[in-house]
Design a protein around this ligand. Structure first.
Ligand code: ZN
Length: 309
């Protein structure tokens, strides 16, 4: 159990890290918006930031969205999909700092608000983005699947995603396994936090070439990816700085990180201090003991040999 003081210290140090919403965070946004948006009509739309919809004109996109009625709110990887009854789709990517808020009684003024949607029941949904990397893209019927097909791979929580399937995605790739997992075409929705956490859980070094991951490790990694993401969803995501739930609440996964942002702290499994390095240009945390650089299925025989001497 982490003490409240330790937890406060950890939260303070984590708030200095720039973390993007990943699958669990986007899924929580989806779950928060689903009951608010489904069945409702976009009565009035204001898009204040041209970057959000470029190369299209903000006013033109807003005019197209007005009158559309929401059929469902879906998610694919880190994309949020607002599907309308016309089968048009508003595809939202939160990127670094995007978030959506709703309030039945109107929202307070916010200098980082980039768009505002007023629904036919009077509820306002605001899109807020400090760094302004987020995107809104209006797609016509039939355009969504081809758009996503070239950008996102398997959905890791889908029943069709198996260890064998993960093996196919990592085969013949010399890139570090961490880089391969960050590539959205390998798995949809994994980012810096959940990749580091999953690799710790699977006891795999982040710099191991993807193609060198053996069958036992693949099984462990497959299980670790799913467990880590499910855990993140159960804790309503990780709130380090910008991420918030649509009702303004925050997640608590950050209190349970095993390695992410924990340089110098003891590993929960073996007590060895967590190390920070860089992989694929991203800050990367791991346990140098449990996540040794060699294939772990060879490691036990070596330690047995040593202990018999
Ligand atoms: Zn360890």
């Amino acid at each position: 159990m982490v003490s409240p003081v330790k937890r406060a210290e950890r939260r303070a140090s984590l708030s200095t890290l720039a973390a993007m919403p990943e699958l669990p965070e986007v899924e929580m946004v989806r779950r928060g918006l689903e009951p608010v948006l489904t069945g409702r009509r976009f009565e009035r739309v204001e898009i204040a930031d041209p970057r959000l919809v470029r190369p299209y004109e903000p006013d033109a996109v807003a005019a197209e969205l007005e009158g559309e009625r929401v059929a469902s709110v879906e998610r694919r990887g880190k994309y949020l999909i607002v599907r309308f009854e016309t089968d048009r789709v508003l595809l939202i990517h939160l990127r670094m700092t995007g978030s959506l808020r709703h309030s039945p009684s109107g929202l307070e003024d916010d200098p980082h608000r980039r768009a505002l949607v007023r629904l036919d029941d009077g509820v306002e949904v605001a899109y807020r983005d400090v760094r302004r990397f987020g995107t809104w893209l209006l797609l016509e019927p039939g355009e969504l699947d081809p758009y996503l097909a070239t950008r996102v791979g398997d959905e890791p929580l889908d029943v069709l995603f198996t260890a064998a399937r993960l093996g196919e995605r990592l085969a013949k790739r010399r890139a570090p396994v961490k880089a391969a997992l960050l590539d959205q075409r390998t798995l949809a929705g994994m980012g810096n936090i959940y990749v580091d956490e999953a690799l710790w859980r699977a006891r795999i070094h982040p710099l191991r070439p993807a193609e060198s991951i053996d069958r036992d490790e693949l099984r462990r990694l497959h299980r670790a990816v799913r467990t880590t993401l499910e855990h993140g969803i159960a804790r309503q995501g990780s709130t380090l700085r910008d991420y918030a739930l649509p009702d303004g609440g925050s997640g608590s996964m950050q209190d349970e990180f095993k390695v992410y942002g924990r340089e110098g702290e003891p590993c929960d499994r073996c007590g060895t201090p967590i190390v920070k390095t860089r992989v694929a240009g991203r800050g990367t945390w791991f346990c140098p003991e449990c996540q040794a650089a060699t294939s772990s299925s060879r490691a036990p025989s070596r330690s047995r040999r040593q202990s018999s001497v």
